[in-house]
Design a protein around this ligand. Structure first.
Ligand SMILES: [Zn+2]
Ligand SMILES: [Zn+2]
Length: 329
């Protein structure tokens, strides 16, 4: 079958690889669409994935075309979105409910072959069946949405919160959509990229600007979300948290990124700084929210690019053009 392969650091190609075969409790999915994300760039840069080569792609949905001998829950012809998380269920973190912090954390498209291919294999336990009205190719958005839902789980945001989001790429926009639906009193968005900010405005924001300086809220925001991973944005955001507020590190920073904190203010103003990593018990709920129209795929998916052009798609993503880019096998 045809698949994208990150062969070595900085080198992605599209090539022929053997068709996958399912284990007893696995299914084979014919991929309808696979989203690109920052994680794929990190893998290309030699981070995250323990070993190369790897078929990337952890955001995908498709048709079940093969099932293992012990699979009864889904059948050939079902359409599914796939949770890429592979937990060991044995380590201390798994046994205390923190599976996304698993000591042997693994994921489809990060540590095992992923969905940037014609076919991908997934444990049946990772598959969520799609309802009739959801288009298979749109359901590649369920995985990033499940990360945003996890972010909201961490925040335990109260009704009436004033929310500030840094970054209006796909993840920032998903946090925006969730914030609007979870009773925020206001949701403001900051982004240096005017085109991206325009999309945020289209979706509906309370205020938006290139810098939080332009937003009139001297007392700060109850919830500040970084969806950029950028040091300058994170540093700025930390200083904008209101008393008793929470800063959520949601964007993926480079390993070497450093910012400074103000311990006295954290103490004196009871500020919480926290993070959320990937998916935790949130995929099923994201699929349900998605089926209920929490986000408009036509807005969120900006480019549908043939799998053959995976390296170009990655380049386009890296350049910051567009929103969610999906490859279509
Ligand atoms: Zn992702
Ligand atoms: Zn574990």
């Amino acid at each position: 079958m045809k698949a994208a392969v990150i062969e070595s650091v900085g080198r992605a190609v599209v090539t022929e690889v053997p068709d996958p075969t399912p284990g007893p409790r696995e299914v084979v999915v014919e991929v309808a669409a696979c989203g690109l994300c920052g994680t794929d760039l990190h893998i290309l840069q030699g981070e995250f994935a323990p070993k190369l080569p790897i078929v990337p792609g952890h955001e995908f949905a498709g048709d079940v075309v093969g099932v293992g001998a012990q699979v009864t829950e889904v059948s050939v012809g079902d359409r599914v979105a796939v949770d890429p998380s592979l937990y060991c269920y044995e380590c201390r973190y798994c046994r205390t409910g923190h599976n996304n912090l698993c000591e042997r954390w693994a994921a489809i498209g990060v540590t095992t072959a992923g969905g940037a291919a014609r076919y991908a294999v997934a444990p049946v336990a990772n598959c969520v069946r799609l309802p009739e009205h959801v288009r298979t190719e749109d359901a590649a958005l369920v995985e990033p949405l499940s990360c945003a839902v996890r972010g909201y789980d961490v925040l335990q945001s109260r009704l009436g919160a004033h929310v500030l989001i840094y970054g209006s790429g796909t993840m920032g926009l998903m946090m925006l959509e969730l914030a609007k639906r979870t009773g925020a009193a206001s949701v403001d968005v900051v982004d240096l990229n005017p085109a991206r900010l325009e999309t945020a405005r289209r979706l509906g924001v309370s205020a938006s600007a290139a810098s939080a300086d332009e937003l009139d809220r001297p007392q700060g925001w109850d919830v500040v979300v970084d969806a950029t991973g950028n040091a300058a944005a994170i540093q700025d955001g930390l200083d904008r948290v209101a008393k008793a507020g929470t800063f959520l590190q949601f964007g993926v920073a480079d390993y070497a990124t450093r910012v400074t904190i103000d311990p006295y203010r954290i103490y004196n103003q009871e500020i919480t700084i926290t993070g959320s990593m990937a998916v935790l018990h949130s995929f099923e709920r994201a699929a349900e929210l998605f089926a209920n129209g929490v986000l408009d795929p036509e807005v969120f998916i900006s480019d549908r690019i043939p799998l053959e052009r995976y390296p170009e798609a990655l380049e386009q993503f890296a350049s910051g053009l567009g929103r969610k880019i999906v490859v279509v096998p």
